[in-house]
Design a protein around this ligand. Structure first.
Ligand SMILES: Nc1ncnc2c1ncn2[C@@H]1O[C@H](COP(=O)(O)OP(=O)(O)OP(=O)(O)O)[C@@H](O)[C@H]1O
Length: 260
């Protein structure tokens, strides 16, 4: 099995970033420095601004004000197509092209980047990387399970060897077992490839397990920025504690059931 060469993910800096939709303050004055190679979880209730924040990094959404820098370079100084080749993007219901083979779906970013050769080798390497069998290359998306399709989504996002991965509820539509195992596998890919990853999730348990730093958003603002350990200590503030309380209560409930 061939292993992709190590990539070093970039550092990120968001400086006083806001995005308003008329009178809705989707993201308000967010300042955040993210170290190269970090795995960050963005959590918060529905509508707290997580997706908007993520999409400003790859310029799917433009900020109303503020600056975003990747390795010191302003994102708006980079052509959006070039920028998006450097940034992998995975989202829920990944949106594979239904009439294209899995191989072509994975290689689409290479095609768009004008790379004319080496697609088959890269697809083969990526299938290995996301632990899909090679013979899936010729299938169509509807011939794969939801979990397998999400793996294809991760492979597609990695095709152009980005250093930064933005993941918006990537495993949200999957059953809990598949979700857990894909999340675990992604975590080891992140480490092996030296990526910088920002993952949006509703699931605090997933955030605590995956990330080395968790950012809690509420009404577009950062309400907590802490390690899983700090969050579990209960010292980080009421917004974070409300989210941690859910997996805590579930664990307690299961433990009680186990005793009865
Ligand atoms: N294109 C848009 N036009 C108008 N308002 C928008 C637009 N996109 C987002 N918003 C609003 O901005 C706020 C933040 O939305 P966003 O999708 O970033 O939240 P979220 O935390 O990702 O939510 P969810 O967890 O439900 O996906 C919400 O009030 C939303 O209605």
């Amino acid at each position: 099995m061939s292993i992709a060469p190590a990539i070093t993910g970039p550092a990120l800096s968001l400086q006083n970033v806001s995005r308003y939709y008329e009178d809705v303050k989707a993201v308000e004055n967010v300042t955040l420095d993210i170290a190269a190679g970090a795995m960050i979880a963005l959590v918060g209730l529905s509508g707290s601004g997580k997706s908007t924040l993520l999409k400003m990094i790859n310029r799917l959404v433009e900020p109303t004000s503020g600056r975003i820098l990747i390795n010191g370079e302003l994102v708006d100084a980079v052509d959006p197509h070039v920028l998006r080749r450097r940034i992998g993007y995975v989202f829920q219901n990944i949106g594979l092209f239904p009439h294209m083979s899995i191989a072509r779906n994975i290689a689409i970013g290479l095609e768009l980047a004008g790379e004319k050769t080496g697609h088959a080798e890269r697809v083969s390497e990526l299938l290995d990387l996301v632990e899909l069998p090679q013979d899936m290359a010729d299938r169509l998306p509807h011939q794969l399970s939801g979990g397998q399709q999400q793996r294809v989504g991760v492979a597609r996002a990695l095709a152009t060897r980005p250093g930064l991965m933005l993941m918006d509820e990537p495993f949200g539509a999957l059953d809990p077992v598949t979700r857990d195992s894909l999340a675990g596998e992604y975590k080891s890919l992140h480490e092996r490839l030296g990526l910088t990853t920002i993952i949006v999730t509703h699931d605090m348990a997933e955030a605590l397990y995956l990330a080395d730093r968790i950012i809690v958003l509420e009404a577009g603002q950062i309400k907590a920025d802490a390690s899983p350990k700090q969050l579990l200590s209960g010292q980080v503030g009421p917004e974070a504690e409300a989210l941690v309380a859910i997996p805590r209560a579930q664990a307690a409930h299961l433990s009680e059931l186990g005793k009865s």
